[in-house]
Write a protein that binds this ligand. Sequence first.
Ligand code: NAP
Length: 296
Amino acid sequence: MKTIRDRTGFIGLGIMGRPMARNLLAAGYPLTVWNRSQPGIDALVADGAAAGESAADVAAKSDVVISIVGDSPDVEQVAAGIAEGGRPGLVHIDMTTMSPAVTRSMAERYAEAGIEMLDAPVSGGQQGAVNGTLSIMAGGVQEVFERCRPIFDVLGKTIVYCGPGGSGQVVKLCNQVVVGLNNLAMSEALVLAAKAGVAPATMIEAVRSGAGSSWALQNLAPLVLAGDFSPGFKIAHQQKDLRLALEVANESSTPLPGTALVHQLFAALEADGRGEDGTQALVQVLEKLANARVAP
Ligand code: NAP
C-alpha cells in the first residue's frame, strides 16, 4: 500500500458509517462507497463520493477498504466481495462489532490472498462518529495499523493498538459489558428517584459530575426524560454485542453475571418487537417492574 489517501473504499453507510465516511471525504479522502440499500449510497454520492457497484467493485478500486456493517455474517459477505475484487496488498479495516473468532479466521483466509485485515471496532456512539471523536480499538499486524493511522486520526480521538488480530474485538466486547451495565445502573437510578419522590432531572443534575457519572447518565438519561427512544445505538446491536461477550466469556470460563442479566432484560424489549429502538429503552423494563414512570 503506497498512498492510502489515493484510493479508499467505504462499505456500510448506516447510523455510524454515514458520518464516518463524510468525515473522510471532508479530510480529502476520495471515497468509493457501497451499502446494502440505496439510500446510504445516495447520501454519500450527494456529498461527493463515487458509488461502487458491489463490495468487489469497491475493492477493485481501492487500496484500503473500511467497513462498518451489522454483525459477523454481514462482514463475511463484505469480505467475500473484497477477496473477489481486491489485489494483494489491499488492507481491509473492519470497524463493525463482531465475533473475535470469526475475525481471526477471516484474517487467516485473507492472508492466503495477500490481503491484510485490521479489526478496529469503535465506541462513542453516533455523536462520536459525527464529531470524529470515536474511541478506536484495533487488532492486527502493528505495522499495518501504523500505516493506517492517518485514517484513524480522522475518525477518532482515542486510538489504541490492542494486539494481534481479534484483540480489538475482545476490547470492544469489554467496552460493551461496561456500556450495558452502566445503562442498567442509569435505569435503576432513574426509576428509584421517580418512585422515591425526587424529580429524575434533579437526580441527574446532582449525580452527573460525581463518582456515579457515566456516558449513559450524561447522554442517554436526557433522552429518557425527553421520551426519545429513537436509536443512536439499536437494542438489536446491543444484544448482538452482549451475546458475543457471553460467548467469549463462556470459552474462557469467565462468569459475567451482570452482563447476563442485562442481556435478559433487553430480551423483554425484543419480545415487544423493539429491537430497532435505542438502548435507552432499557429503563422501560425497569419502569414496568416497578410500576413507575420516569418521564413526565
Ligand atoms: P446500522 O445503522 O444498521 O448500519 C449498518 C449499515 O450496514 C446499514 O446501512 C446496512 O445496510 C449496511 N450493511 C449491512 N450488511 C451489509 C452488507 N453485507 N453489505 C453492505 N452493507 C451492509 O448500524 P450502526 O448503528 O451504524 O452500527 C454498525 C456497527 O457499528 C454495528 O456492528 C454496531 O454494533 C457498531 N456500533 C454502533 C454504534 C452506535 O452507536 N450506533 C456504536 C459503536 C459501534 P441497510 O441500509 O441495507 O440496512
